[in-house]
Ligand binder design. Structure first.
Ligand code: SAM
Length: 210
C-alpha cells in the first residue's frame, strides 16, 4: 500500500469507528504491545485536541481513572461525548502548556504528548517550535510521572537530538516507534536513532518499569 493509501485507510477507519483523529491508531498500537494504560490509572494528555487519544485512554481508564488534557484548541464535540460516556474523571484545560500547567500538582501513571506546533514553512522556526514543546513534555514527565510510569512523546525527525533526550533519566529504556511500523529499536541509551531513513515523525516511548 502506498503512503497516501495508508493515510486514507486510517482516516476512514477512524471515521468509521467514531474517533476524532486517525492518530488514535498510534496509541492503540503502543497499548496493544506495552499495556501502558490501565483501568483506574491516571494519565495526562498534552496537546490532546481534537481528542482521539483522550477518547481511547478514557475507555481504558474507566470510571476509577483520572484523565487530564490540555490543548490550545477545544476538543471536538464527539470527543466530549465519548469521554463523558466512559465515566472517567476528566479535566480539560484550553491553553498553552508553555504558558501554564494547570495540572502541576498532580502525578500520573502515564504522560502522553502528541503535541505539534503550527508550521510556518521555515525549517528553523518550525524545528525550534517543536523542540520547545518536546522539552516541555519532558519537563512534565520529569516532575509528574510516578515511579514506574510511562512516557510517550511524539518527536520529529529534526528533533532527534533534542537536548531533553539526554537530560532525561538515563536509566529508562527507550523504545522508538515510527508511524505504521512496529518497534524500530529498543535500547537503554537516551539518544536513539531512527531506523527508517526519513520518518517525518516518530514516537519515543519511555517505560520506567518494563
Ligand atoms: C497532532 S495534534 C494532537 C492529536 C491528538 N493526539 C488526538 O489524538 O486527537 C497536536 C496538538 O498539539 C497542540 N498544541 C500545539 N502547541 C501546544 C501548546 N503550546 N500547548 C498545548 N497544546 C499545543 C495543537 O493545538 C494540536 O491540537
Amino acid at each position: 500500500m502506498r503512503k497516501d493509501q495508508i493515510q486514507d485507510y486510517y482516516f476512514l477507519k477512524a471515521k468509521k469507528e467514531n474517533y476524532s483523529a486517525r492518530s488514535v491508531y498510534k496509541l492503540q498500537e503502543i497499548q496493544s504491545k506495552y499495556k501502558v494504560l490501565k483501568p483506574g490509572g491516571s494519565v495526562i494528555d498534552l496537546g490532546c485536541a481534537p481528542g482521539s487519544w483522550c477518547e481511547y485512554a478514557a475507555e481504558i481508564l474507566g470510571s476509577r481513572g483520572n484523565l487530564s488534557g490540555i490543548d490550545l484548541l477545544p476538543l471536538s464535540a464527539p470527543a466530549k461525548v465519548r469521554i463523558k460516556k466512559s465515566k472517567v474523571n476528566f479535566e480539560y484545560h484550553q491553553g498553552s502548556i508553555l504558558e501554564s500547567n494547570p495540572f502541576e500538582q498532580k502525578i500520573f501513571d502515564v504522560v502522553l504528548s502528541d503535541m505539534a506546533p503550527n508550521t510556518h514553512g521555515n525549517r528553523m522556526v518550525d524545528s525550534q517550535g517543536s523542540l520547545e514543546l518536546i522539552d516541555m513534555a519532558f519537563s512534565v514527565a520529569k516532575k509528574q510521572l510516578k515511579p514506574g510510569g510511562s512516557f510517550i512523546v511524539k518527536l520529529f525527525q529534526s528533533n532527534e537530538r533534542a537536548s531533553s533526550l539526554s537530560s532525561f533519566n538515563r536509566t529508562i529504556p527507550w523504545i522508538l516507534l515510527a508511524p505504521g511500523r512496529s518497534i524500530l529499536r529498543s535500547q537503554s541509551s537516551p539518544n536513539p536513532k531512527p531506523y527508517v531513513k526519513n520518518p517525518k515523525s516518530f514516537i519515543l516511548l519511555g517505560l520506567a518499569s518494563h
